[in-house]
Design a protein around this ligand. Sequence first.
Ligand SMILES: Cc1cc2nc3c(=O)[nH]c(=O)nc-3n(C[C@H](O)[C@H](O)[C@H](O)COP(=O)(O)OP(=O)(O)OC[C@H]3O[C@@H](n4cnc5c(N)ncnc54)[C@H](O)[C@@H]3O)c2cc1C
Length: 439
Amino acid sequence: MMATRDSREMLGREDRHKDRPRVVIVGGGFGGLRLAQVLEDEPVQVTLVDRRNFHTFQPLLYQVATAMLDPAAIARSLRAILRRQANVEVRLGTVTGVDWAAKLVLLADGTPIAFDTLVLATGAVTSDYGIEGVAEHAFPLKSPEEALRLRHHVLERFERTLADPARIESGELTFSVVGGGPTGVELAGALVELIDNVVRKDFPGLDVDRAHVVLIEATDHLIDPFHPRSRENARHTLESRGVEVRLGTTVEAVTADAVHLAGGAVVPTRTLIWTAGVRANPLADRLGLDQTQGGRIVVEPDLSVPGHPDVFVIGDLAASRDLDGNLHPQMAPLAQQGADHVAAQLRRRRQGLATDRFDYRNKGVMATIGRNAAVAELPNGLRFRGRLAWVMWLALHLQRLVGYRSRFEVLTSWAWNYLTTDRTARLMVGAADEPSTRR
Ligand SMILES: Cc1cc2nc3c(=O)[nH]c(=O)nc-3n(C[C@H](O)[C@H](O)[C@H](O)COP(=O)(O)OP(=O)(O)OC[C@H]3O[C@@H](n4cnc5c(N)ncnc54)[C@H](O)[C@@H]3O)c2cc1C
């Protein structure tokens, strides 16, 4: 087949890029993808390696788990996002190590990828803090697959109880969420709405009033980074919508049909969702680099790795700190600002300038509690709650989604769900590797 003029031009451009310094980015999440995009006009050849062929917008995973959105609305192919960018090559592969002396990234199948500059952005994974039974029996929420598996599991609980109502006594309709951070609050709020607005209509033969959502939090408040008034508002709103909030409650062990709490209380439950914490991606443990609590890689103030000036770490994986020495919060804006910073440092180095300190700018925090209810706080101290905060939350998340198609899909689903009080995504799919004890 004859090459078109466009493809010949593209090939020519790619060949030219091959002589440029090679920047390898590991991880196409918030940090890695942003970095690949902001390097578009820089004189570098970028290789973006990810074990997945797509980017996930994690803040909306809980909506996939509670039947509001389909996963395709919040995950997009990395190749599709980057295909117009001539200096980027996308590689599918799991990075398992780095040969520092030879400056090679090593993939699980043994393939080496050479770099001049390496940027590690593999994010974080769910942490069970070594609590018995969590790894086997709890549902984590870090990927579209996990969200689908949870959705399947939740919907299946109602199907099974309809077939055998006696199952309610053993916790079949008790949905426990562990972790009172923004994700736990969002999930608990979305679950009660799913039960009240959808399950009640879908299962007229079921005593839905006996379904129960419990939110378990070890400290004495919800949504830690927020002002006490916002925390109290979140708790009050959840309770008024039917969530049982158990503060100051520690989980000691989890089994297939119960959660055991400190002090001896036992809550029968067939569904335990674990949003209580994360730790750095285990790749960090294999690199021989210094790590802090939670496995994050120690970095210099400019985000480079001590002793490896050509290696940077960004996002959830990096133990970056503020001027008081406190670790930065593991949030999407941190990863994106880290990406912008690294791009600027590569430019400074080309100009023969010293690198700058990374200066994270807190742009505020938001959490939605459910329909017409959210809390939002700006860095200048302004606080919002209720419907106004909820509209702000919707607008910000729509704007942050990658690409017009995702925004359109999410907006359409939200509008439909809002106007009909229905949920568009109720297919029971994604249970292939559900823990067998829960079947
Ligand atoms: C349920 C949930 C809700 C959240 N809600 C919010 C929110 O509302 N607001 C907010 O600011 N933050 C939120 N966060 C946190 C936010 O998603 C993270 O801080 C952000 O994703 C970190 O970006 P990152 O680039 O460091 O890592 P990630 O975005 O996690 O990306 C890591 C990438 O690395 C890839 N990868 C991992 N290991 C390897 C490997 N060995 N080889 C190759 N590729 C690899 C992964 O496939 C992934 O694409 C939420 C997180 C979760 C889980």
